[in-house]
Design a protein around this ligand. Structure first.
Ligand SMILES: Nc1nc2c(ncn2[C@@H]2O[C@H](COP(=O)(O)OP(=O)(O)OP(=O)(O)O)[C@@H](O)[C@H]2O)c(=O)[nH]1
Length: 444
């Protein structure tokens, strides 16, 4: 039973637990009441029938003995008008009818009583109840010397029969049944309404909680329960769930914000040099590929600088790595500051930088490169009270019909830078490289 009930929702279980006993109880009470009422009505009719023949028998004695038909008729007429009486009959001692009126009174009694004291007979027919009693002759007491009459049995001089119809009784029973049914319906409707309300007041908030927990388990962190409970504990449960859900959602938001921040940071770190803040070699390789594609598509002029610092090692060796770092950072800012916003600057190695310039003519590119060279050479750097000046060797290569690939462009700029370094440092060399006569000295 319990296992079968547990298959249903809490609301249905409560409805069953609250409603079923009420229904059973009300139906039992109603059935008992209807039965008792019906029995009382039956009893009342039986008692009335018995009383009627009990009083009629002595009254009929004289009429039966005298055979006075008129008196008999008058007596019958008085009985006939009584409520529920549908038939009345008077019989002689042998059970043959002397006079009958109405229904249920046959010309002859089936088994007439023979002696005084016989019980009143009751017979049930469809829609009627018959009551039959013997009429006895009460002996008259003449004097005190007469024989004791009590020892003798009074002779039966006839019979009376009264038939009561049950139509009124049946109507009353139907009335009782209808009243009881209406009462039962009213009580049941009230009981069910209370049960539904009670079950709803517990079942609905619990169902909403179950639904919200399920949605949260499925990842819906916005799931909340509406505050509809009236019961204190359920109210606390709803408020507790909403507070817990809000805390989880807040944690999730914080966590997501940190993840997003870390992702952005990682993405930045993956493409930037933390020391100078400039884009790194990986970003450089991607951007040069994109620039080459743009050049092929729209003929953009692309110029590439490779910038290698001269004698940078001296700073490291003299003042330490931290001083070198500071200088690298300053020179990165210098490069960025001197180029246009649409140009891009990268730190591609220890003391190596690169720049991609778009839409820049040959002469302008060269002028800009020489300007950078001069600016780096002019940059005064101080550390530990000592002044340093480092220079830069710059290799310049431009996309042209002979340089259509990113790799080729980078190699060309690298070769030009190498040539600048080995051609005396501190100046710009443009690809294609100037002819160097065989046997001429190469700077070291
Ligand atoms: N402080 C610092 N030094 C670095 C970093 N990365 C590389 N270096 C140093 O930069 C120097 C680069 O070597 P080189 O290019 O031969 O040094 P250089 O003195 O500029 O020599 P030339 O280019 O021939 O003039 C090395 O001493 C590296 O240790 C860095 O991130 N910070």
């Amino acid at each position: 039973m319990i296992a079968a009930l547990s298959r249903y929702s809490l609301r249905r279980q409560m409805l069953l637990v609250l409603g079923l006993p009420s229904v059973v109880f009300v139906l039992c009470i109603a059935a008992l009441f209807a039965y008792q009422s019906s029995r009382a009505l039956d009893q009342a009719l039986l008692e009335r029938g018995r009383a009627m023949v009990r009083f009629l028998a002595p009254a009929a004695e004289y009429v039966l003995v005298s055979g006075n038909r008129e008196a008999l008729g008058a007596l019958m007429a008085r009985v006939q008008v009584q409520p529920d009486v549908v038939g009345v009959g008077f019989y002689d001692a042998g059970g043959d009818a002397l006079a009958t009126l109405g229904e249920g009174v046959s010309p002859r009694l089936a088994a007439p009583s023979r002696a005084e004291g016989d019980e009143i007979r009751v017979d049930l027919a469809d829609g009627a109840i018959g009551f039959e009693a013997p009429v006895v002759a009460v002996p008259a007491t003449v004097d005190d010397y007469a024989e004791d009459s009590s020892s003798k049995t009074a002779p039966v001089v006839g019979h009376v029969r009264v038939v009561l119809g049950t139509a009124r009784l049946d109507a009353e029973k139907r009335g009782v049944f209808l009243t009881v049914s209406l009462l039962v319906l009213g009580v049941l409707a009230t009981a069910m309404a209370i049960a539904v309300r009670l079950a709803g007041s517990v079942g609905e908030p619990v169902a909403a909680l179950v639904d919200a927990v399920g949605r949260m388990a499925d990842g819906d962190l916005a799931a909340r329960v509406p505050a509809r409970a009236r019961n204190g504990e359920l109210k606390a449960l709803e408020a507790g769930f909403n507070a817990m859900a809000e805390a989880i959602a807040e944690n999730q938001r914080t966590l997501q914000a940190r993840i997003d921040e870390a992702t952005v940071q990682l993405a930045w770190q993956a493409r930037h040099d933390p020391l100078t803040g400039l884009a790194n070699r990986r970003a450089f390789e991607e951007r040069i590929e994109q620039a080459v594609r743009a050049h092929r598509r729209s003929g953009d002029q692309i110029t590439l600088f490779y910038i290698d610092l001269d004698h940078f090692k001296v700073v490291n060796d003299s003042c330490g790595h931290a001083a070198g770092d500071r200088l690298l950072s300053e020179l990165g800012a210098l490069l960025k500051g001197r180029l246009r916003s649409e140009d891009e600057v990268f730190r591609i190695g220890g003391d190596e930088f690169a720049a991609i310039l778009r839409g820049c003519g040959r002469e302008d590119a060269r002028r800009i490169a020489e300007g950078l060279c001069a600016a780096i050479a002019a940059h005064a750097f101080e550390s530990d009270g000592r002044a340093f000046r480092v220079g830069a060797s710059i290799g310049l290569a431009r996309m042209d019909p002979d340089l259509q690939e990113a790799d080729a462009l980078m190699i060309a700029a690298d070769q030009a830078c190498y040539a600048a370094k080995h051609g005396g440092r501190g100046h710009v060399v443009e690809y294609p490289l100037p002819f160097v006569a065989p046997g001429s000295a190469r700077p070291g």
